[in-house]
Write a protein that binds this ligand. Structure first.
Ligand code: ADP
Ligand code: MG
Length: 728
């Protein structure tokens, strides 16, 4: 057997679980590495503590004097915890996070140093903006950019470094990251939802958007992973014949967690708890070697940071257990890919979940109001929601009969749908009589029991109501949740503003508040009806039906990315003060560029593997077959040999066909890529990548996977699917 694969297999088979034991109970160390409320109370003067609370609760500004006090307190705590450095932790328009570490150390002359950290350093830092994607903003404006402290997400310690969550902006104020627009979207939905809540309850002062993510991932043994260039460089397998057994027996989901994996999960939880990550659920997923982790939900901005931090921890801790943690959306052909479900709800500072029916008709009316607004928001902006999750990695899942179909729709469940339709039918556009109202109230009052009863869950829906929250299931596993959460919350904010405008217009004309609300609820439910779909989202009937309903059915990622760049998108984001036209255009450009770069890398890796790793091995094996046939001919003569070795001659021919075809396709693909590089607009380039380059991937793969089925297993250089996916 090829020595590298042999060695990797031996290593993998000999692995023992790395046993992890927690020395204390969780509550004794939970959040020890976070500058959370209790540390703020201990390390900050009261004035600074209250200022931060105000900033978290009301978004109020923090002045320089307070910033200095906070910096002093944070430094004292961080140094006590053994930190020597600090960094602004931010989320550029790539998939991950970025950081630039500086030491607290400051020379004071005479060969002495002190630990220094001021409010100025806490509030602002200047990383080189030109090293991060900006979609052309720099050339039109200024090269410099800066990071600015986000007090609403707590600082934390990783290794020896105090990490301060920040936003990243250009010197002229354009947003260059994923966090800043999210914060603006959250502020917009807060304001719009509070205004609507005031129809029901004047005490509501804040509406909080909540996110509970579920992160899917694969664990692959490092020894096997490291000798596959495709996995190392692109996080997905570009080649590989399916394993005889994959997920068809459905014996993996919720099965016993393998011991090595269990120890990884334990350590992830322990380290996560130290960082205040409320990791709650762990289990196997559908595909072999695929797992999931989910926390208790949190305020959206915090939850996004927690997800990014969890992803960092997962990659690091996996290494200690000799695993690679793969969060690509489709690392293996023929088995499920990985998503990141985004569970979302809105709640008030008075403790009401606005997406949960209450105990009486009044609170159910609040529920119906917000439900009608969610339907309308998703209906109006379904295209943008799809754009928010589109990426090169997610392209392999979109519309491919798993998690996200290429058409966005909302699932409500049969009983609740019936009830809503019945309520809508009972609503009128005139003043209702007392008996009409009583009947309606009875219906509205019955909603909670319906939800409790309705256990049917449609796994094919991209946006499903699950009792007291919506679950957006189309998000990619490697993605930053900011993008979908920014779109969803902005769409909701704009819809709520529209709702209030219409209700107020009726009230001004003399309609009672309750009737006005009911009329607009009816209008929203009726208008948004096309977005509701409870059937099988993967079926061809739905595709035809959705077309009739006028829903966006675009499945090609570059074209979906263009949906960021429409007059409709610009109007939404500008009116809600979330992103300007320039910023939207820049973002679209960055997304196209990222798409091109990813496919370009994949094509190069594929070329290398085919030409330098696979074909030489195939030719060697073919040569040995030829030698064998020649030998047989020497012994048995031409006609005798044909009888015994006929199938070997066929194999030699078959191999030649695959080798020649694969080589030709690789050459053709290279020529197609040249053309992509010749385009002057990122949009044209990415469309060309999707239409002219990407089809070669599968065609080349088909030939190589066929060769994998012919060549002596001992000679095949790459770890096979059965090894990658089943050994642990
Ligand atoms: P399932 O896999 O059945 O969908 P999980 O328990 O794996 O459910 O995940 C559900 C997720 O939804 C968790 O992250 C949980 O914290 C989150 N969640 C629960 N209630 C809410 C809510 N009101 N708002 C937002 N997220 C929520
Ligand atoms: Mg779920």
């Amino acid at each position: 057997m090829t020595s590298l694969r042999q060695k990797a297999l031996e290593l993998t088979l000999e692995r023992k679980p790395v046993i992890i034991t927690a020395s204390k109970k969780t509550s004794d160390y939970y959040g020890m590495l976070v500058f959370d409320d209790s540390k703020m109370q201990k390390y900050l003067p009261k004035e600074a503590y209250l200022a931060i609370k105000g900033s978290i609760d009301k978004g109020s500004k923090i002045d320089n004097k307070v910033a200095d006090m906070v910096a002093t307190g944070m430094k004292a705590w961080a140094i006590e915890m053994g930190a020597t450095h600090y960094t602004h932790w931010f989320q550029p328009l790539t998939e991950g996070t970025a950081e630039k570490h500086d030491s607290f150390m400051d020379p004071i002359g005479g060969g002495k140093v002190i630990e220094n950290f001021s409010g100025k350093l806490l509030v602002q830092q200047e990383p080189d903006a030109s090293s991060f994607p900006n979609g052309g903003i720099r050339s039109t404006f200024e090269a410099r950019g800066y990071t600015a402290w986000d007090p609403s997400s707590p600082a934390f310690i990783m290794d020896d470094t105090l990490c301060i969550p920040t936003i990243f902006i250009s010197y002229t104020g354009e947003l260059l990251d994923n966090k800043a627009p999210l914060l603006k979207a959250l502020a917009a939905v807060d304001k719009a939802a509070v205004d609507v809540c005031h129809y029901f309850d004047k005490d509501v002062q804040k509406v909080i958007s909540y996110l509970g993510w579920e992160q899917e991932y694969f664990l692959i043994d490092t020894a096997l992973f490291d000798i596959r260039p495709d996995l190392v460089l692109t996080d997905r397998s570009l080649l590989g014949k399916g394993s005889a057994k994959n997920q068809q027996l459905e014996d993996q989901y919720f099965g016993t967690i393998p011991e090595r994996v269990q120890e990884f999960m334990k350590e992830l939880e322990i380290e996560g708890y130290k960082l205040g990550l409320p990791l709650k659920t762990r289990h196997n997923e559908v595909a072999p070697n695929q797992f999931e982790v989910a926390p208790v939900y949190a305020e959206c901005n915090l939850a996004v940071d927690q997800n990014l931090l969890t992803m960092i921890l997962m990659r690091r801790i996996a290494k200690k257990h000799n695993f690679k943690c793969v969060m690509h959306e489709k690392p293996f052909k023929g088995v499920n890919g990985s998503g990141k479900h985004n569970n979302w709800s809105l709640g008030t500072d008075t403790g009401i979940n606005l997406l949960q029916p209450g105990k009486n008709p009044k609170s159910n009316l609040i529920f119906l109001t917000f439900l009608a607004n969610v339907f309308m928001a998703v209906y109006k902006y379904e295209d943008l929601l799809k754009a928010s999750i589109a990426s090169a990695g997610n392209a392999h899942r979109l519309g491919a009969n798993e998690a996200p179909p290429a058409i966005i729709s909302v699932f409500m469940g049969g009983q609740l749908t019936k009830m809503i339709d019945s309520i809508v039918a009972k609503l009128t556009d005139h003043k209702m009589s007392a008996s009409e109202k009583t009947e309606l109230k009875l219906d509205i009052g019955r909603i909670p029991e319906l939800i409790l009863d309705s256990t049917d869950r449609n796994r094919t829906s991209p946006f499903a109501f699950t009792g007291n929250k919506f679950e957006f299931r189309a998000v990619g596993s490697a993605a930053n949740c900011s993008s979908p959460m920014t779109v969803l919350n902005t769409a909701m904010a704009s819809t709520l503003v529209e709702f209030k405008k219409e209700v107020d217009a009726l009230i001004t004309k003399g309609t009672s508040k309750e009737d006005a609300l009911l009329q607009i609820i009816r209008k929203f439910f009726t208008e948004s009806k096309p977005i509701r779909f409870d059937g099988n989202n993967y079926s061809d009937e739905w595709k035809a039906e959705a077309k009739k309903r006028g829903l966006n059915d675009e499945g090609m990622v570059p074209k979906i990315l263009e949906l960021w760049n429409t007059p409709k998108a610009k109007k939404l984001f500008e009116s809600m003060k979330v992103l300007s036209n320039v910023e939207l255009e820049a973002r679209t450009e960055v997304k196209h560029e990222l798409f091109i770069k990813k496919l370009d890398i994949e094509a190069k890796v594929l070329t290398d593997m085919v030409m330098n790793q696979i074909i030489p091995v195939c030719i060697d094996y073919q040569t040995s077959l030829i030698e064998n046939v020649k030998g047989l001919k020497d012994i048995f003569g031409e006609s005798g040999m044909k009888e015994i070795a006929g199938n070997r001659i066929e194999l030699i021919k078959e191999m030649s066909t695959h080798i020649t075809s694969a080589k030709k396709l690789v050459k053709d693909m290279e020529a197609a890529i040249e053309k992509v590089h010749g385009t002057s607009h990122a949009k044209d380039g990415s469309i060309m990548m999707a239409t002219k380059v990407s089809p070669y991937f599968e065609q080349i793969r088909d030939h190589i996977d066929a060769l994998e089925g012919i060549v002596d297993d001992a000679k095949w250089p790459l770890p096979k699917y059965r090894e990658l996916l089943f050994i642990r």
